[in-house]
Design a protein around this ligand. Structure first.
Ligand SMILES: NC(=O)c1ccc[n+]([C@@H]2O[C@H](COP(=O)([O-])OP(=O)(O)OC[C@H]3O[C@@H](n4cnc5c(N)ncnc54)[C@H](O)[C@@H]3O)[C@@H](O)[C@H]2O)c1
Length: 372
C-alpha cells in the first residue's frame, strides 16, 4: 500500500477498508475459504510508516518500493499517492507482475492512462480503480430508482458539488495544498471529472459530449507551512454534458462556494414521471402525481413549501463503507479470477473526460467524447 500516510490512503483505504476487513476476521470467498489481507505499508518516510504500523499492530513497512515489488509474497500493489506519482508506481508494479488497485485519477493524461490499461492487460494482471461515489448510500438509492423505472424518461441531471476550502492564512486549509497547484497535479477538473464520468456512465447514461468552463477563483493560497503560493490550478469548473438519449447534465464543482444544500454534493434528476435529489446518504423523490402546480406571481408570497412536498427514499439496505465494499469486490475478483468492471480502462475513461473538459475550457467549445 503506497501512500498510506496520505488522507485517503490512511483513513479510507487502510483503516476503514483493509484493517476493518481484518477486524472482521477476513473476507469470505465464494468457495468457502477466507482471504486475510496482510498490508505492507510503503512510503517515503520510515519514521511515519513505523509509527503508523505500530499504532495499528502491523509489522510490515518499507521505504523501498522495488524491494516490496520483488517479494513474491506481495500479490497486489495499491496506490494512493499524490496523482503525479501514480503512473510511475503502477508501471513498476505491473512490470513486476502484481495485480494493481489504485485511487483516481489513474494518470494526468489519457495517453498515460491507456498505456497503463494496455500494459496491465498484456501482463495478465487484474486491475481496479476506485469508484467510491457509486457505493454512497445516496447514489445507490438513486440507482435503484433508475433501475425501477421511477423516472420515466430521464431528461436532465444537475450535480452541485463543493464547499469553501479555506485559503490557509487566517484558518488552515482543510485540503492538501498540492491540489491547488497545476504543476503538482492539482485542479478541480482533473480531480472531479473522473468521478463524474463513472457516476454518469453507471447511474444515468453514457457521456457523449462535454463543454466546460474552468476558473481559478482564488489565485493565492497559503500552504501547510503558512507560506503563500500561487494557486495555478483551477478551483472551480462549470460544465454541460450530453449523455446518451439526449439527457443533459449540468455540473458545478467548486472549492469556492458556501454550502446551502443538505449535503456536500447533490444529484438532482428530472424525469417525465418523477424527480429525485440524492446526496451522500439521503435521497428524496417527488412523483408526477405529487408535483405542485406553481404559478409565477411575484406580487404574492410563495404559497407552496416546495421542499416539504418531497418524500425520503427509505434505507431498505445496510450500507457499509463504500471504499471497503469496493476493496472486498476487488480482492474477491483477484482471488477468484472473476471479471472486474472498474478497471484501468474505466480509469482511462475518467481521465479522458478530464482531459476533454480541460481542452474544452481552453478552447471555449463543446467536444465529443469518443468511445475508447
Ligand atoms: N476517491 C476519492 O474520493 C478521493 C478523494 C481525495 C483524493 N483522492 C485521490 O487520492 C490521491 C491522494 O490524495 P490525498 O488527498 O490523500 O493526498 P495527501 O497529500 O493527503 O496524500 C498523498 C500521499 O502521497 C505521498 N506522496 C508520494 N509522493 C509524493 C510527492 N512527490 N509529494 C507529496 N506526497 C507524495 C504522500 O506521502 C502521501 O502519503 C490523489 O490522487 C487524489 O486524487 C481521491
Amino acid at each position: 500500500m503506497n501512500g498510506v500516510t496520505g488522507r485517503m490512503g490512511y483513513r479510507q483505504h487502510l483503516v476503514r477498508s483493509l484493517l476493518a476487513i481484518r477486524e472482521e476476521g477476513g473476507l469470505n470467498l465464494p468457495d468457502g475459504t477466507v482471504l486475510f489481507p496482510e498490508p505492507v505499508l510503503v512510503g517515503r518516510n520510515a519514521a511515519k510508516l513505523e509509527a503508523l504500523a505500530a499504532q495499528h499492530g502491523l509489522t510490515n513497512f518499507t521505504t523501498d518500493l522495488d524491494a516490496a515489488l520483488a517479494d513474491p509474497a506481495n500479490e497486489i500493489y495499491f496506490d494512493a499517492q499524490v496523482t503525479q506519482a501514480r503512473v510511475a508506481g503502477l508501471t513498476k508494479a505491473i512490470a513486476a507482475g502484481k495485480h494493481v488497485y489504485t485511487e483516481k485519477p489513474v494518470a494526468e493524461t489519457l495517453d498515460e492512462a491507456l498505456g497503463l490499461a494496455r500494459a496491465a492487460d498484456a501482463a495478465g494482471v487484474r486491475h481496479g480503480v476506485v469508484a467510491d461515489k457509486l457505493y454512497l448510500p445516496g447514489l445507490r438509492k438513486l440507482k435503484r430508482l433508475v433501475d425501477s423505472g421511477f423516472f420515466g424518461r430521464i431528461l436532465s441531471v444537475r450535480i452541485d458539488f463543493g464547499y469553501w476550502v479555506f485559503e490557509g492564512d487566517w484558518q488552515a486549509a482543510q485540503r492538501p495544498s498540492w491540489n491547488y497547484r497545476a504543476e503538482d497535479g492539482g485542479g478541480m477538473v482533473l480531480d472531479m471529472f473522473p468521478h463524474w464520468r463513472y457516476v454518469l456512465d453507471h447511474v444515468i447514461a453514457p457521456v457523449k459530449s462535454v463543454y466546460a468552463h474552468s476558473v481559478t477563483h482564488i489565485p493565492q493560497r497559503f500552504d501547510e507551512q503558512g507560506e503563500p503560493y500561487a494557486a495555478t490550478a483551477d478551483d472551480a469548473a462549470y460544465a454541460v454534458l450530453e449523455l446518451e438519449g439526449g439527457i443533459v447534465a449540468q455540473i458545478t464543482s467548486s472549492w469556492a462556494t458556501r454550502v446551502d444544500r443538505t449535503e456536500l454534493v447533490a444529484f438532482h434528476v428530472d424525469g417525465t414521471h418523477g424527480s429525485a435529489v440524492a446526496g451522500l446518504r439521503g435521497c428524496r423523490i417527488q412523483h408526477r402525481n405529487a408535483t405542485p402546480k406553481p404559478v409565477w406571481n411575484p406580487d404574492l408570497p410563495t404559497s407552496h413549501d416546495f421542499r416539504a412536498l418531497w418524500t425520503d427514499v427509505p434505507e431498505n439496505d445496510v450500507y457499509d463503507n463504500g471504499f471497503k465494499v469496493q476493496w472486498a469486490e476487488f480482492l474477491t475478483a483477484v482471488a477468484t479470477g472473476a471479471p472486474y468492471a472498474h478497471d484501468l480502462w474505466a480509469g482511462a475513461r475518467g481521465v479522458q473526460l478530464a482531459e476533454l473538459g480541460a481542452q474544452s475550457a481552453r478552447e471555449g467549445r463543446r467536444l465529443e467524447v469518443p468511445a475508447l
